[in-house]
Design a protein around this ligand. Structure first.
Ligand SMILES: [Zn+2]
Length: 706
């Protein structure tokens, strides 16, 4: 249900309106003045916003919006774009501006009060979203607008109304009252469960550490990780090396630690987080998972779908459960042979049968032997500041704008920076915050999120603003943060999302930027950008050895490029395993049998995986994408969008990767359109044809589609 709720949070909220009348009463005006969250005239005031502002701000705003909505709906003349849609869009925009810092701060700050404030506020948002999406009168008002659509209405206008009406249908607007009430209860409970899932994962991760006192324990682990662990030990007041269980540490150990038992203990800690096999039962996500699956199924059934996977596809580019299953199966079939070969080669590196904690380690060894290029050698060429400048330079070259830091805007942490994208005339098209280094309590992974969505209606214009968040190694005591090439790819990926959010030309926030874009297409701009991190012409400008200042040498790049494909088929199968697990779990859910989570996982692994996993492995319990994020019955979207991204990038390869005409077409047909067009149509407008699997298979070194 999360997708629906995300859509509700984004679209139904955006479909609320706001009249430009005076505020309801004087005390409210005073609250507004004293509550910095309610000041939506500019950027969020991060230096003033406190957890205790969250709930009162939302309560006040939602209550004011309820009154305005009632006034709007009572006025039966207000049934066109100017009188109904514009005020609704404006109210939604205002609410999302208040909500964004709340949701953002709880994910980047290690602050129990923010977490509590978020948990207290979330039900208000969910309840309000459901209330709107189940408002029959509101749905009828949209229908009236649709019925009176002027002949000169733009495609955006038509699409906006069409999507809203679809979402009303999906939210069960036509249900009898008791079913509607049940639907609302589910929404409420689900939002809490998603948050709890993530918080359990965070707490379980934070609770684990490894303390090394002997050098022999940490042999093979790269200098940069050791330095961090040493700094951490100093903070903890102990001798030696202190490793927390964050992704950079996990990755460093799994890829480099010579001590097999150390790799195994990290693997076990990582793969049992927040589960019945984990260190502390209080963070076990087992019951959350069961409950989430049951509620998703129930909600999907309430609005007339056989299962949650069907429901999820109602808002996707892909059409049916079979289409997705066939897509994943075809990719798996085409990758399996190459993956087997890769695994056989990795096995030649050791006499011991490979276990899950050996593959990354020996793959890296084999890569070094075969291509003589290591993550650590590459890392020396990628100081964060150089990579960032190179990436901005690339975007400037492709799209003709400039990216300029504005040092006068402050964020929520002293490492946060703020950048503006300016057109040739110097106008700000959009801007974004960066928060890029790992720290305790900050949610793991990397993501882009909306701070402000573009709005340009009724003479009021707001440029979009975003958050770019990563978890790179924090600058060491010399001030260096050296990225692996994988980190570089991640940064390009998130920046791709950012451009999608910022370059939109759509005036209505509910279909601007990433809003209203089908989830299986939303990863196109991000994965498309990743391709540039594999081009020498780009990396030459985005690298400089941290000691000598020399750009990445061509021969080192050639080795990196040659190594790119190695392990790709294995990684493709692994992603397909995740995607099939997620999809089957939702498509085959049977209320009589419950989630059958581990059974489904093991049947998918029988079909797809080449390795056997230890019995304690609990992938689902930390699978936030599916149980706390918007990818439920939608994880396949990554592969789906990757096909689009590879095929789109092939257009650049055909015309020269810096070809500004191709870039302008990509910007116009894909990046600017938000959710204002059928996505396949838009893609064809860019590419001149439908996408094919060929480019992705070629890019992964697997060969052409049969
Ligand atoms: Zn992404």
């Amino acid at each position: 249900m999360f997708i629906l709720f995300v859509r509700l949070l984004v679209e139904a909220i955006a479909s609320e309106g706001r009249c430009d009348t005076i505020l309801p009463h004087t005390s409210t005006r005073q609250d507004r003045m004293s509550n910095p969250l309610l000041n939506t005239s500019g950027l969020p005031q991060f230096d003033a916003i406190q957890p205790q502002h969250a709930k009162p701000a939302l309560e006040e705003l939602i209550s004011a919006h309820r009154q305005k909505l009632a006034t709007l709906l009572d006025d039966s003349d207000a049934r066109d774009f100017a009188t109904l849609i514009t005020p609704l869009e404006e109210m939604g925009h205002e609410l999302s501006r208040v909500w964004s810092p709340i949701s953002h701060l709880q994910s980047v700050l290690d602050d129990p009060e923010w977490r509590e404030a978020y948990n207290d506020s979330l039900p208000l948002m969910t309840e309000h979203g459901t209330e709107l999406s189940q408002n029959k009168q509101l749905q009828e008002a949209y229908q009236a607008v649709a019925d009176r659509m002027p002949t000169d209405a733009t495609a955006s206008m038509r699409m906006l109304v069409e999507q809203e009406l679809r979402d009303f249908r999906l939210a069960g607007v036509a249900l009898p009252d008791d079913a509607k009430a049940r639907y609302r209860e589910i929404a409420q409970e689900m939002a809490g469960l998603h948050a709890k899932f993530d918080q359990n994962l965070q707490d379980a991760t934070d609770a684990w550490h490894f303390h090394a006192t002997e050098e022999s324990q940490i042999a093979g682990i790269p200098e940069s990780s050791l330095k961090r662990a040493q700094d951490e030990a100093v903070t903890e007041g102990v001798e030696g090396w202190w490793f927390k269980l964050d992704y950079p540490n996990y990755h460093a150990v799994m890829t480099h630690a010579d001590d097999r038992s150390l790799r195994e203990s990290f693997y076990q800690a990582w793969s049992t987080r927040a589960s019945d096999q984990g260190s502390d039962p209080q963070w076990d996500n087992s019951e959350n998972i069961e409950r989430i699956l049951a509620l998703r199924h129930e909600a999907a059934a309430l609005v007339g779908f056989d299962n949650y996977a069907d429901y999820s596809l109602a808002t996707k580019m892909a059409g049916t459960v079979d289409e997705v299953t066939e897509f994943l199966t075809e990719l798996a079939d085409k990758s399996r042979g190459a993956a087997k070969k890769e695994l056989q080669q990795v096995q030649t590196m050791t006499d011991v049968p490979l276990e899950a904690w050996d593959v990354a380690y020996y793959l890296e060894k084999l890569k070094q032997q075969k291509f003589a290029v290591s993550d650590e050698e590459l890392r020396q060429y990628f100081p964060f500041s150089v990579v960032k400048r190179g990436m901005f330079g690339l975007a400037e070259k492709l799209y003709g704008f400039s990216v300029v830091e504005n040092p006068y805007v402050s964020g929520w942490h002293d490492t946060v920076r703020y950048f503006e994208i300016r057109d040739k005339a110097g106008n700000v098209i959009g801007s974004f915050y960066t928060d890029l280094f790992a720290r305790k309590g900050k949610r793991g992974g990397a993501w882009m999120d909306e701070c402000i969505v573009r709005f340009d209606l009724a003479g009021k214009t707001t440029a979009p603003v975003g958050y770019l968040v990563c978890n790179f190694p924090p600058p060491d005591s010399d001030g260096n943060s050296l990225l692996t090439h994988t980190d570089v790819v991640t940064l390009f990926h998130e920046f791709g999302h950012m451009l999608h959010h910022l370059l939109t030309r759509i005036d209505y926030p509910s279909i601007a930027g990433i809003n209203g874009v089908p989830w299986d297409a939303v990863e196109l701009p991000s994965q498309f950008m990743e391709n540039f991190a594999w081009c020498y012409e780009v990396l030459e400008k985005a690298s400089a050895h941290y000691q000598t200042g020399k750009a990445l040498p061509r021969d080192v790049f050639d080795k990196l490029d040659a190594s790119r494909h190695f392990g790709e088929a294995l990684s493709m199968l692994r992603q397909i395993e995740f995607a099939l697990f997620d999809f089957r779990l939702h498509a085959c859910y049977d209320p009589a049998k419950g989630g059958q989570v581990l059974e489904t996982l093991s049947s998918v692994r029988d079909d797809v995986a080449l390795l056997t996993y230890p019995d304690y492995n609990r992938l689902p319990h930390s699978f936030s994408h599916v149980f706390a994020g918007g990818y439920a019955a939608g994880y396949y979207s990554y592969k789906w969008a990757e096909v689009l991204a590879a095929d789109a990038f092939a257009a650049f390869e055909e015309s020269g990767i810096f070809d500004t005409e191709t870039a302008a077409r990509f910007r116009r047909e894909i990046l600017e359109i938000g959710g204002s067009r059928d996505f396949m149509e838009a893609y064809i407008a860019f590419r001149g044809r439908k996408p094919t699997l060929d480019a992705l298979l070629r890019q992964s070194g697997i060969g052409k589609a049969a």
